[in-house]
Write a protein that binds this ligand. Structure first.
Ligand SMILES: [Fe+2]
Length: 363
C-alpha cells in the first residue's frame, strides 16, 4: 500500500439543511472473482439473491424489503464503490446534493439510479474521501422474515452497519455529526485522542463507525443474526467446510456496543462482521459511552486479544470515476501501537496494568 502524509483541514459546517438519513441501506462492492464471492455470500452465508447477471449479484437479508443490501460487482480491483444510505423522502436526495455541493464535494445525480432496484440517487466523494450514496426510491421485494422454510440456522436477517477507516476520527466525527449522525460510543485516551467512534441514525448503536487508521478505507460491513447461537452455527459450518481460515476474529462479545460478533474475510479480503444483540439508542438524550483505549475489555468483553490484521487490513474505496482513492496515513497514535505494541499497556481492572505475559500474547 502506498500512503501519503495526513493533512488535516477543518471541514466547515454547511448552512444547507442536511438530508434526513434513515439508515445504512446497502454497499456496492467490487470483487475480482464473482463466482468465488457468490460461493462465500450465497452458498456459505446464505444471503438471498434478489437478481443476478454475469457481472453483478444483488443480495439481501431475510428481513429486508428494499431491493438489496449488497451489490457484488465484478471488477479489476477489490474495493467499495458506494456506502449507500436511505433517506426519508425524495426531497432529501435534493438536500443531500445541495449539502455536499456546499461542502465543495464532487457529486453525481442519476434519476434512474446507479444500480438496479434503486431510483433517483446522488453519489458524492465526501470530505473524508468516501463514496457515499443517498436515495429514497427503491423497488420493494418480498420480506422473507416469516419464511423459516428458507432460513437456515445461520440466517442473516438485517444489514446492521458499515465501518470506515479514516486517519482523523475527531475530524470525521464532527462532519458526520453535522450531517445528522449521533455518537453513541467512542474510544479515547487521556490526551483526548479519539481512536474510534460509533454513529447512528436508526435506533441501534450505529449505522457506521469510524476506526482510526490509514484511510479512506472500508473496515467492514456487518449483518445481523437474531441470536448468538446463529453465529456459533456459522463458525461450525465454516469448520465443517474446512474453511475455518475465513474466520479472522471471534466469536466473542464486544465491550463497545455489547454485541456478540464474528469477523470473516471474503475471497478478496473484504471484511464481513456477523453481529447480534446490541441495545436501543433512540432517545434524544441517549448517553454517550466513552471507553479508555487502554481498557482491555473495550474491543472484546472477555479480554481476548485482537489479531493485528484486524487493525491493519482494510479495503480500498473508489472515487466516482471508479479509481481507488489514495490512502492517507494516520499520524495520531495508533490503537494497535498503544495497546498491543511493545510499549503498550492495558488493564482489565482500572489501576492495574495487564500482566506481561498477556501483553506478549497480544503481539
Ligand atoms: Fe462492526
Amino acid at each position: 500500500m502506498t500512503t501519503t502524509p495526513m493533512t488535516t483541514t477543518p471541514i466547515p459546517t454547511p448552512a444547507a439543511t442536511p438530508p434526513d438519513i434513515l439508515r445504512c441501506a446497502y454497499m456496492d462492492l467490487v470483487v475480482t472473482d464473482l463466482a468465488a464471492s457468490r460461493e462465500f455470500y450465497v452458498d456459505i452465508l446464505g444471503l438471498v439473491v434478489t437478481e443476478e447477471n454475469d457481472t453483478e449479484i444483488y443480495l439481501r437479508s431475510f428481513e429486508e424489503f428494499i431491493h438489496h443490501n449488497l451489490v457484488l460487482r465484478q471488477g479489476p480491483v477489490a474495493a467499495v464503490s458506494a456506502f449507500a444510505f436511505r433517506v426519508r423522502s425524495p426531497l432529501d436526495v435534493d438536500l443531500a446534493e445541495a449539502y455536499y455541493r456546499e461542502l465543495g464535494c464532487r457529486t453525481e445525480r442519476r434519476a434512474n439510479g446507479f444500480v438496479t432496484g434503486i431510483g433517483d440517487s446522488v453519489r458524492v466523494e465526501d470530505p473524508l474521501g468516501f463514496p457515499y450514496e443517498f436515495f429514497f426510491d427503491t423497488e420493494h421485494v418480498e420480506r422473507l422474515a416469516w419464511r423459516y422454510d428458507l432460513q437456515g440456522p445461520g440466517a442473516l436477517v438485517r444489514l446492521d452497519h458499515f465501518n470506515q477507516v479514516t486517519p482523523d476520527v475527531g475530524l470525521g466525527r464532527g462532519y458526520l455529526e453535522d450531517l445528522g449522525f449521533r455518537v453513541t460510543e467512542d474510544i479515547q485516551d487521556a490526551d483526548g485522542v479519539t481512536y474510534a467512534a460509533w454513529l447512528r441514525r436508526k435506533d441501534t448503536v450505529h449505522d457506521t463507525a469510524l476506526t482510526g487508521g490509514n484511510g479512506p478505507r472500508m473496515h467492514h460491513i456487518a449483518f445481523s443474526t437474531h441470536e448468538k447461537h446463529n453465529i456459533i452455527y456459522i463458525c461450525d459450518k465454516l469448520g465443517a467446510l474446512r474453511k475455518s481460515d475465513l474466520i479472522e476474529r471471534g466469536p466473542g462479545r464486544h465491550g463497545v456496543s455489547n454485541a456478540f460478533y464474528l469477523y470473516l474475510r471474503d475471497p478478496d479480503g473484504h471484511r464481513v462482521e456477523i453481529y447480534t444483540q446490541d441495545y436501543y439508542t433512540g432517545d434524544p438524550d441517549n448517553p454517550v459511552v466513552t471507553w479508555d483505549v487502554h481498557d482491555n475489555q473495550r474491543r472484546d468483553w472477555w479480554g481476548n486479544p485482537v489479531v493485528p490484521s484486524w487493525y491493519t487490513d482494510a479495503s480500498l474505496v473508489l472515487d466516482l470515476d471508479g479509481t481507488p482513492q489514495p490512502v492517507i496515513e494516520r499520524t495520531q497514535s495508533s490503537e494497535m501501537a498503544v495497546t498491543v505494541g511493545a510499549d503498550g499497556f492495558s488493564y482489565t481492572r482500572k489501576g492495574e496494568e495487564m500482566p506481561e505475559y498477556k501483553l506478549g500474547h497480544q503481539l
